[in-house]
Design a protein around this ligand. Structure first.
Ligand code: SF4
Length: 362
C-alpha cells in the first residue's frame, strides 16, 4: 500500500549544489521523510568519497546509501559478440560515411566522400566517420585475442562501462551519466516505490549553471512516475555556497584545491585548467587514467581510446586524436598557454594552497 506522504530522495554527489539540496530537503521534510543516495562511479576523487561517506553523514546526521552500476552481464555478452562477430567484421573492414549534425535538414545533399576515406573530415554540417581498413585473418585474430584478454569485469563501474563499450564517453556521446548515475539512481527510486513509498527526486540543479539548464523547472513530473523537485533552481553558485556554510556544513575540500566542480577525476568535460590542476596535485590520478586508457584501448577495435578529447581531435582521424589526446599529451597541453605553443610557468609551478573560486579563502 502506498504511503500518501511523499519522501524526498536527495541524490548527493559531493558538490555544493547537492549538499545545499540535502539541507533544504531536511528543512522541508525532516530527517524521517528524507533519503540520501550517492552514485559511486569508481572514478571519483578519494576526498569526494570521504566527504560523501564519512563527513556528510556525520554532520547531517543521515545515512547516505551508495549505489553502483554493475556491467558484469554486459561484459559477458560482449565477450561472446567479440569472439563470434569481430573476426568477420575486422576482415571486412568498414566503409566510411557522412554523419549529419542536428542542424542539417534531411533533404540537404551529402558531399562526395573525402579524398582519403580513412581520415576524418567536416564539411558544413556533415562529419565524416572514417572507414576502417580491412584486416587479414591473422591480424583480426590478434585483435580479438587482445580484447578478450582484458574483457573481464573489474568492479570499477566507470572502467567496466568503458570496457563494455570499447571506448570512453565523450562530449558528443556522454553515456557515462546515464549508465553510471541515472540508471542506478532510478533503480533506487523504483525500489522505494515497490516498498510502498511515494517518492520525490530532489535535485541540486541551478539555472545559471549552463544554457542547457536555463529553463529548468522548480518542479516537474517524470515519465517514470515521480516528481522532480529543484529547490535551488534560481540560486547562484555563491548563494549556494553561502547557504551551506551558514548551516555550519563544510564544502567538499576539493573546492579549496582548485576545483570549480567535483565530479569524476577527471571528468570527460574537464577543461585545460582542471587538467593542469589535477596533474600538479594528484599525479596518481593521471597514472590511474593512463592505466585505464591502456586497458580500454586493448578492448577496442582500434587499439586505443582516450578519456579526454582535444578540440583539434574532434571529428578527426582516430590515430591522430589518440596521439594528441592521450592523458600524457593532454597534461602537456594543459601546461601550455598561447594555443598550446608555449610553456606557461604559472601552470607548471606548484599550486597555491587555496585557490577556491567561491571565495573560501579568508
Ligand atoms: S559527465 Fe563527467 S562527472 Fe558525469 S559521469 Fe561523466 S565523467 Fe563523470
Amino acid at each position: 500500500m502506498t504511503n500518501l506522504s511523499p519522501i524526498a530522495v536527495a541524490s548527493v554527489s559531493g558538490g555544493k549544489d547537492s549538499t545545499a539540496t540535502a539541507l533544504r530537503a531536511i528543512d522541508e521534510y525532516g530527517h524521517d521523510r528524507c533519503r540520501f543516495v550517492a552514485a559511486d562511479t569508481g572514478h571519483e576523487h578519494e576526498l569526494t568519497m570521504e566527504y560523501l561517506t564519512d563527513y556528510l553523514p556525520g554532520r547531517l546526521n543521515v545515512q547516505i546509501d551508495v549505489v553502483k552500476a554493475d556491467f558484469t552481464q554486459e561484459i559477458a555478452r560482449k565477450r561472446i559478440y567479440v569472439a563470434e562477430k569481430w573476426p568477420t567484421k575486422l576482415v571486412a573492414g568498414k566503409q566510411g560515411k557522412w554523419v549529419r549534425l542536428g542542424t542539417i535538414e534531411e533533404d540537404d545533399a551529402e558531399p562526395p566522400p573525402p579524398e582519403n576515406v580513412y581520415l576524418g573530415a567536416v564539411i558544413g554540417g556533415f562529419v565524416w566517420s572514417p572507414a576502417i581498413r580491412p584486416m587479414s585473418e591473422d591480424e583480426a585474430a590478434e585483435v580479438v585475442a587482445r580484447a578478450l584478454a582484458v574483457l573481464h569485469p573489474t568492479g570499477i563501474p566507470y572502467l567496466d562501462l568503458c570496457l563494455w563499450k570499447g571506448r570512453f564517453p565523450s562530449r558528443k556521446a556522454q553515456f557515462c551519466t546515464q549508465f553510471l548515475k541515472r540508471h542506478p539512481l532510478d533503480r533506487y527510486m523504483f525500489d522505494l516505490i515497490e516498498q510502498g513509498f511515494r517518492v520525490e527526486s530532489w535535485q541540486g540543479v541551478r539555472r545559471d549553471e549552463s544554457d542547457a539548464r536555463r529553463d529548468a523547472a522548480a518542479r516537474e513530473w517524470t515519465p517514470e512516475g515521480w516528481e522532480i523537485v529543484r529547490p535551488i533552481v534560481d540560486w547562484t553558485a555563491q548563494q549556494t555556497v553561502d547557504f551551506v556554510l551558514s548551516r555550519g556544513v563544510k564544502l567538499n575540500p576539493l573546492y579549496s584545491l582548485g576545483c570549480s566542480r567535483v565530479g569524476c577525476m577527471l571528468c570527460i568535460n574537464a577543461g585545460k585548467d582542471e587538467i593542469a590542476n589535477a596533474a600538479r596535485r594528484w599525479p596518481h590520478h593521471i597514472e590511474r587514467i593512463r592505466g585505464m586508457e591502456w586497458l580500454v584501448g586493448q578492448a577496442s577495435k582500434m587499439g586505443f581510446s582516450t578519456l579526454l578529447h582535444h578540440s583539434d581531435g574532434e571529428g578527426g582521424n582516430a590515430e591522430f586524436a589518440y596521439r594528441h589526446c592521450n592523458i600524457d599529451a593532454m597534461v602537456d597541453w594543459a601546461k601550455t598557454s598561447r594555443g598550446g605553443k608555449q610553456y606557461d610557468m604559472l601552470r607548471v609551478a606548484p599550486p597555491p594552497t587555496c585557490s577556491s573560486v567561491y571565495g573560501l579563502c579568508e
